[in-house]
Design a protein around this ligand. Structure first.
Ligand SMILES: *Cc1c(COP(=O)(O)O)cnc(C)c1O
Length: 396
């Protein structure tokens, strides 16, 4: 294993994805890890149980299957440890609970994944944590918002639906100077296109539901911590009785093997469609960080290695009372794009972007905001489908 670790360290992304997380020689040569379903783990003697003298002690404390996934994610994130959660949303809420206490103040980006905002406004509020939302483009201005009791700065870049880019390095520098931790929801880029811990982030969160699983059939989340935060995160995970399912861990590890290949395809197709949309008169603007016209483009270009398949565009409409009507006509005419939540699977999706709770990062006012997940279908077919949408939207 140690010899393998050596060549893996310097290997390219695809090579890494093919070999991280499981050592075939540790399990009879089988290429993939076993799916270990377990509560009880037996000990050879009473003495070996007190204190436990073996690697595995109980199902909730990890199995060879969940360990394989955690090791793979650690290799990708450069983290000291990773926990597995039953959803991407839990990968945000659990670290908030682990690191925030009554009387603390947390700064959360206003373009945050909306269900995370709901958690902050309900449970965190009830527990006496004050959450303040900040402008995703605030940069060094974050310093003015930091208070003596600010414990956490939560980031998400690009932002959900509106895709604002954040200067993560500046934010971590300032937060750390004031003793606050920085968490990042990195679901959009995955650690292949942005490695949060390399930019000073303490806790990197990923909805594995999206690109790591990649097939719209798994719900899972991971949180990866640096060495300083790992003991607290791990202790909270154990204290709350959380654990990852063996089958879903296996499936996410399986998804990782092809993630770079899939992402490259999503990226290429999404950029092609974003450019094509931008040239149209019936599109007011396209919100995609890889487009030079996008306000956050320079930051994206400086810090990110690629773009994923998720972006939004504004369907041109002057009258706000007709936004919904026009957006619905567009969506209902689509035949390939499915209308549904989530993203990161192989199939294309379109929805009216959910930006309801925003107080600062407001959506454009030039028409309804439509979010597209560009799947692995052929671009010409997707363009033909979108044409159907534009044609129907023009008729309302
Ligand atoms: C989907 C999503 C999540 C939550 O993932 P689930 O597994 O669906 O709970 C978290 N953050 C972002 C940015 C997402 O898009």
């Amino acid at each position: 294993m140690s010899e393998k670790k050596d060549w893996l360290t310097g290997a390219g992304t695809n090579t890494k994805l093919c070999h991280i997380g499981h050592d075939p020689s540790s399990y009879h040569g089988f290429v993939n890890p076993p799916i270990v379903k377990a509560s009880t783990v037996l000990f050879a003697t009473a003495e070996s149980m007190d204190p436990p003298q073996q690697k595995y002690t109980y199902g909730t404390r990890g199995t060879p299957t969940t360990d394989a996934l955690c090791e793979a994610i650690d290799a990708l994130e450069g983290s000291a440890g990773t926990i597995i959660l039953p959803s991407g949303l839990a990968a945000i809420t659990v670290p908030f609970l682990a690191f925030l206490s009554h009387g603390d103040h947390a700064l959360v980006v206003d373009s945050v994944y909306d269900p995370a905002r709901h958690f902050c406004d309900t449970m965190l509020k009830r527990l006496g944590v004050e959450v303040e939302y900040y402008d995703p483009t605030i940069g060094a201005g974050i310093e003015a918002l930091i208070r003596p009791n600010t414990k956490l700065v939560h980031t998400e870049s690009p932002g959900s639906n509106t895709l604002e880019m954040q200067d993560i390095r500046i934010l971590t520098e300032i937060a750390h100077r004031h003793g606050a931790l920085v968490s990042m929801d990195n679901t959009w880029a995955t650690p292949l296109y942005f490695r949060p811990l390399d930019f000073g982030v303490d806790l990197s969160m990923q909805a594995s539901t999206k690109y790591p699983a990649g097939h719209s059939d798994i719900l899972m989340g991971t949180v990866s911590a640096n060495a300083a935060c790992w003991p607290t995160l791990k202790a909270a995970y154990g204290a709350m009785g959380l654990c990852g399912s063996a089958e879903d861990s296996y499936m996410v590890l399986r998804g990782l093997r092809t993630m770079a290949v899939r992402l490259a395809h999503h990226d290429r197709s999404a950029r092609e469609i974003a450019q094509w949309l931008e040239a149209r008169d019936d599109v007011a603007s396209v919100l995609h960080p890889a487009l030079p016209s996008f306000p956050g483009h320079a930051l994206w270009k400086r810090d990110f290695k690629g773009a994923s398949g998720l972006f939004s565009f504004v369907l041109a409409e002057n009258d706000p009372t007709r936004f919904k009507l026009r957006a619905h006509a567009f969506l209902n005419a689509l035949q390939i794009f499915g209308i549904g939540w989530s993203w990161g699977g192989y199939e294309s999706l379109a929805v009216v972007a959910n930006v309801g709770g925003r107080t600062i990062a407001k959506p454009p006012t030039t028409g309804p905001l439509i979010r597209l997940q560009i799947g692995l279908e052929d671009v010409v077919d997707l363009q033909a489908d979108l044409e159907r949408g534009f044609e129907a939207a023009a008729k309302v």
